[in-house]
Design a protein. Structure first.
Lengths: 421, 296
């Protein structure tokens, strides 16, 4: 385009400027080339109007001493009728993980949009995120709408391929069904302060645990959160927050079994309230994470639920107060190599379900405090590739220890991802 | 909606009189300071001892992006891992891409090493060209010209002040450039090895020759195999020194320098990279002095 223009101009000038001497003409042409080059350089760096597209490929080979298909977190209401697979450890043997397609772009000067579609290994297509976000409200406000990873807690808004361990902390599995990505709206405000102060509110459909998709007008889930964060000197950055999440469940189904091993169909209707306190500290010498860096992260969950329970259609009043936490440390000891340890613990707390006992619903009503220890080491040749080995000793099931070993790969193709802190 | 926003904004503090600028790198913070003087409140998101490719959008940076009237970055995808996040998370309409409050230096400079094809197998290449453009004083001059206009457009009241300060800076800068080019003339043709292709503009300006990089491919850490190959290459075509930026890790440079029997020169790379490099002028003074010391 520019070249054609340039040739045309050069011809025109040559024709009209016969009288001038040649060096002058050359100098003029040189200036024009300079000018056009500068214009060409000013073109946007990313591919013009095309959105940024990236694709995440994941897979693993795993070995576990217990069957992942009958995974359960004893003492905690399962997150949905068929969700054993959602929160279970990686399948034994070779398996493909979720392949994620991420497409994002500014829509116009006022909005940005993003889609994260996930192809599951059993050939399903899931929409993990599909949202718009405002760019131009100003004054620190951002409105987000659609389906998105909730900003409650810390790890919830981190995409699975960016997690430091292959699976979610037990508290996320027990209290949020792995992670919360509801359909709804989020309004966020940043205070005009040097310290990061971020306040947000979310309302949503409550389509997933701890809510339940019900045909109702209005919202089935709402959440409030606040985060503060900043630097401690040049080398340390931190963020800490408190979130409150409230969901209404109606006939939130789950599968349990009685003392004889016979299947029991359970359902809960009522109110679920969850508090999350989170903190993360990242350290790198002089703030340069290239060679070594350290990441400490922990979250504490406290949930209370009250309402009506049915077990095989027999009703009872149900109340529970349960808690859980995890703490993890990941250290990059040299470029490309990181090691990490995570400890998980859930507290059974108090659960009452009328006259029902663990003989009627042994997952729900067996008093058990699950624990798990996980150790990982990963190697990342570049920002786009990672191979991880992870060992875990998992006492999610009462009286049973599941020893797990897995090797996982994560590759990302396409646009350079920008990962949140 | 507007009244709601207006009401909510009362909670926020009133805007400061001065222009608040978030520079992505220290060189642009220094340039903004030259143009704006005490009329601007400028901070840099990174220091000279941090690799600008590998920064995280940490909370303190999001808070600073929230409060900025102007964000001055290099562009050309240098900050692709973090600047877009600062923009999208800041809730600040002024600094979004395409707005006057977002300025990219690469937009007014012709970049070197623009790849004809882009493939990640080549390493972390930047499709728009080499983004480390600030080590050619002619580029600083171009960026300064555009930045004077931009700052004036955002803060019209202080525009004459920016223009007069900016013109005075440009005059001193052009004089200094002539001096540096004279002082640096003996460096012409000198062959050196670098860590990353982050000194390319400096070498191109001074007519020096980059014989190789310690990184096997842009963004990949030096490997023993690559360094061994480089050592063999240096035996055929000797280099005067291994030159690295202050933020590049020292070990690979020392390994090679020791075996090739040549010195390591650490350049400040940007303002604050050495004790001497306090502003843009001393950045160039110090860089030249460190290279010229090789000839003694």
């Amino acid at each position: 385009m520019y070249r054609i223009l340039l040739c045309a101009m050069a011809l025109a000038m040559a024709a009209s400027a016969r009288g001038q001497n040649v060096p002058d003409e050359l100098e003029q042409l040189r200036q024009r080339v300079d000018h056009l080059e500068k214009q060409a350089a000013a073109k946007p760096a990313t591919n013009a109007f095309n959105p940024d597209i990236s694709l995440i490929l994941q897979g693993s080979v795993a070995r576990s001493s217990q069957n992942p298909d009958d995974y359960q977190i004893t003492g905690f209401m399962p997150s949905s009728a068929n969700s054993g697979g959602e929160v279970a450890p990686a399948p034994r043997g070779f398996s493909l993980g979720e392949s994620e397609l991420v497409i994002s772009s500014n829509i116009d000067p006022y909005f940005r949009g993003q889609l994260v579609a996930s192809f599951t290994p059993d050939n399903q297509l899931e929409v993990e995120e599909a949202f718009f976000q405002t760019l131009a409200l100003g004054r620190g406000f951002t409105l987000k709408g659609g389906r998105f990873l909730s900003s409650v807690g810390y790890q919830n808004q981190i995409h699975q391929h960016a997690w430091d361990f292959q699976d979610a902390p037990l508290a996320y599995k027990a209290f949020l069904g792995g992670r919360l990505n509801d359909d709804g709206l989020q309004l966020k405000w940043l205070a005009p302060t040097e310290l990061l102060v971020e306040l947000g509110a979310e309302v949503g459909r409550g389509r997933n645990f701890p809510g339940s998709d019900a045909n109702r007008n209005g919202a089935g889930l709402w959440a409030l959160y606040g985060h503060v964060g900043g630097d401690l000197g040049e080398s340390t950055a931190w963020r800490s927050g408190l979130s409150y999440l409230r969901a209404s469940a109606s006939d939130r189904g789950f599968d349990d079994h009685d003392a004889g091993g016979n299947p029991v169909t359970g359902a809960f209707s009522g109110r679920s309230a969850l508090w999350i306190a989170d903190a993360i500290v990242k350290w790198a010498p002089r703030g340069d994470a290239t060679v070594t860096n350290l990441k400490l992260q922990g979250e504490y969950f406290r949930r209370s639920e009250s309402g009506d329970l049915t077990l095989n259609s027999r009703p009872a009043d149900y109340t529970s107060r349960q808690s859980g936490w995890y703490a993890q440390m990941v250290y990059q000891f040299m470029p490309r190599w990181r090691v990490g340890y995570r400890y998980d613990r859930l507290g059974y707390g108090s659960v009452s379900a009328g006259s029902f006992t663990s003989a009627d619903a042994s997952i729900l009503l067996t008093a058990h405090n699950p624990t798990r220890g996980s150790l990982m080491m990963d190697w990342s040749p570049t920002e786009f590739s990672r191979v991880r080995v992870q060992l875990a000793r998992d006492n999610s099931r009462a009286g049973v220890t599941d020893n797990q070993v897995l090797v996982q790969y994560i590759f990302s193709l396409g646009a350079h991802g920008a990962h949140t802190f | 909606m507007r009244t709601l926003l207006a009401a909510l904004s009362l909670v926020a503090l009133p805007a400061h009189a001065a222009l608040t600028v978030l520079a992505c790198e220290p060189e642009w913070a220094a340039l903004v300071k030259e143009i704006g003087g005490d009329k601007v409140n400028v901070t840099s998101a990174t220091t000279a001892l941090q690799d600008p490719h590998r920064i995280e959008a940490r909370p303190s940076l999001i808070a600073r992006a929230r409060n900025a009237d102007l964000m001055v970055c290099t562009g050309a995808q240098l900050e692709i891992g973090w600047a877009p996040l600062l923009q999208s998370q800041s809730g600040n309409a002024k600094i979004q891409a395409g707005q006057p409050g977002y300025f990219e230096a690469a937009g007014v400079v012709s970049l070197l090493e623009r790849p004809t094809s882009v493939d990640r197998a080549q390493g972390d290449v930047h499709p728009a060209g080499n983004p480390h453009l600030h080590l050619n004083p002619r580029n600083i001059e171009r960026v300064a010209g555009a930045l004077i206009e931009r700052m004036g457009a955002i803060d019209a009241r202080e525009a004459p002040n920016y223009r007069s300060r900016g013109e005075a800076f440009l005059k001193r800068w052009r004089d200094a450039t002539v001096r540096w080019e004279k002082e640096g003339a003996p460096l012409k043709g000198m062959g050196v090895v670098t860590y990353h292709k982050n000194l390319t503009y400096l070498f191109a300006w001074l007519g020096m020759r980059e014989l190789g990089t310690l990184e096997p491919k842009p963004g990949l850490p030096p490997s023993t195999a690559h360094l061994t190959g480089l050592l063999e290459q240096l035996q055929r075509e000797p280099a005067k020194a291994v030159v690295r930026a202050a933020y590049n890790e020292p070990r690979a440079a020392e390994w090679l320098a020791e075996r090739a029997h040549i010195p390591v020169v650490v350049l400040p790379f940007t303002v604050g990279g050495t004790d001497q490099a306090k502003d843009l002028f001393t950045l160039y003074d110090d860089s030249l002095a460190r290279l010229l010391a090789l000839l003694k």
